[in-house]
Ligand binder design. Structure first.
Ligand code: GLY
Length: 365
C-alpha cells in the first residue's frame, strides 16, 4: 500500500507492506537515491536487522555504509549528532549522499536531524522499526535532538524522501513497546475517526499479539493516512497539527517528572489521554457515556502505576516548561466526542487540577 504526504515540492510516499524491507533497494533506485548511502541505526536494531538491510542493499547493486549509536533516548543528543557528522566526513559523504534512518523514534529523530543539517541538508529515508515510529514519528518531518534543559528543544521540520514501513519487524518488538506504541494508534481514533476507534476497541488483544497481518497493515495505514492528512494541512504546526498532541500535555509532564526513566513515551501518553478525556468531561464537551467508553479503551492498554510522590502541583509546574506552552497559556487537545478533537487555550483551572488529580489517583479512581 502506498500513501502520499502532500506537501507540494516536498511531497513523499509512505510504503506499507509485509516484508517491505526487501523492496528497499528497488525504491531507492526509483527515487534516484543510489550513491553514497549511509544507514544510521542503533545497536539493538543493528543486531536484529543490520546485516539483513546491508545484504538487501548490496543485492540491489548499492554500496551502503552503516553507523550505529547506543540504543536509548540518551543518543538523541548534539554529542551524538557530532559523532555522526565525523563519521560522515571521515567516510567522504557529500551533498549527494542519502541517510537511511533504520530504527525507532530516537534513531529517526537523530538521523533526520543530522540529514537536515549536514552540508545544509542531504536526502534521508525513514525506515521505522517500532510501532510508535511507524505510526507517528517517521511521518511528518519533525527531527531533532534533546538539550540538557529539555526534550526535543533543538530541531527542524525536514521531510524524508520516502518512508518504508515493514509490519513484519514488529514481531521482534517487545510486548511492552507494542502496548505503549498502541497509545499513539488509539490517539488517531480519538482525534479523527470514530469508526477506527471502534475497530481498535474491538481488537486490542489481537492487535497487540500481531495475530492478523492484514489487520495490522490496515491499522498502520489508517494511522499514517490521518497523520499525512494533518501534516499536509499544517506542516509546521501553526494550528491543526497540534491535535496530534492529544494526551501529551499531562503525558509530557509525567515523563519529565520521572526523568524519562519510568514510563515509555506511550505509557505516559496513556495517562495524559485519561486526563484529557476527564477534562473534556469536566469542561462539558464530552458526554459521560463517551468518556466512559474512551477510558475503557485506554485502560485496555494497561497504563502503568504513577509514583505516589508526584503531586498535582508538580504536574502543573512541569506543564509550564512544556514547549507547546506560549505566553497565551497551556494548549489542550480536548474531545467534543470520540473522533472529534478541539484545540483549547482557556480551560478552567479548577477543572485542570481535578483532571490531574484524576490521573494521579490511577488505578484507584
Ligand atoms: N508527534 C506529533 C507530530 O508529529 O506532530
Amino acid at each position: 500500500m502506498k500513501l502520499v504526504v502532500d506537501l507540494q515540492d516536498k511531497s513523499y510516499s509512505i510504503h506499507i507492506k509485509p516484508n517491505a524491507l526487501q523492496s528497499l533497494g528497488e525504491i531507492l533506485c526509483e527515487n534516484n537515491l543510489t550513491t553514497e548511502l549511509f544507514v544510521i541505526t542503533d545497536e539493538n536494531v543493528k543486531a536484529l536487522y543490520g546485516e539483513k538491510v546491508l545484504t538487501i542493499l548490496r543485492k540491489a547493486g548499492l554500496k551502503p555504509t552503516m553507523f550505529s549509536v547506543p540504543a536509548g533516548e540518551s543518543s538523541k543528543s548534539l554529542q551524538m549528532a557530532d559523532f555522526l557528522y565525523s563519521k560522515l566526513i571521515e567516510n567522504r559523504a557529500t551533498r549527494k549522499s542519502t541517510i537511511l534512518a533504520l530504527g525507532g523514534g530516537v534513531v529517526g529523530d537523530l538521523a533526520g536531524f543530522v540529514a537536515a543539517t549536514f552540508m545544509r541538508g542531504v536526502k534521508f529515508v525513514q525506515i521505522p522499526t517500532t510501532l510508535l515510529s511507524q505510526v507517528d514519528s517517521s511521518v511528518g518531518g519533525k527531527v531533532g535532538v534533546n538539550h540538557r534543559l529539555g526534550k526535543n528543544l533543538i530541531g527542524a521540520f525536514y521531510q524524508p524522501a520516502f518512508v518504508l514501513i515493514d509490519p513484519d519487524v514488529l514481531q521482534t518488538l517487545p510486548y511492552r513497546e507494542r502496548q505503549a506504541g498502541m497509545a499513539e494508534v488509539i490517539k488517531y481514533g480519538f482525534i479523527r475517526d470514530a469508526e477506527f476507534f471502534e475497530v481498535l476497541n474491538n481488537n486490542i488483544p489481537a492487535l497487540l499479539n500481531l495475530v492478523d497481518g492484514e489487520m495490522i497493515e490496515s491499522v498502520l495505514a489508517r494511522c499514517c493516512s490521518i497523520k499525512a492528512d494533518v501534516v499536509g494541512k499544517d506542516e509546521r504546526e501553526t494550528g491543526l497539527r497540534a491535535i496530534l498532541n492529544f494526551g501529551h500535555t499531562i503525558g509530557h509532564a509525567l515523563e519529565a517528572l520521572t526523568s524519562y526513566g519510568i514510563f515509555l513515551h506511550g505509557e505516559a501518553i496513556l495517562h495524559g489521554m485519561r486526563g484529557a478525556v476527564h477534562l473534556s468531561l469536566l469542561e462539558n464537551k464530552m458526554t459521560r457515556d463517551e468518556a466512559a467508553i474512551s477510558l475503557g479503551l485506554i485502560d485496555k492498554l494497561n497504563p502503568p502505576p504513577i509514583p505516589k510522590s508526584i503531586s498535582v502541583e508538580d504536574v502543573l509546574y512541569a506543564m509550564t516548561n512544556d514547549k507547546k506552552r506560549t505566553t497565551e497559556g497551556q494548549l489542550w487537545v480536548l474531545l467534543r466526542e470520540i473522533g472529534d478533537a478541539e484545540l483549547v487555550r482557556h480551560v478552567n483551572e479548577v477543572n485542570v487540577r481535578e483532571a490531574i488529580r484524576y490521573v494521579l489517583d490511577y488505578p484507584v479512581n
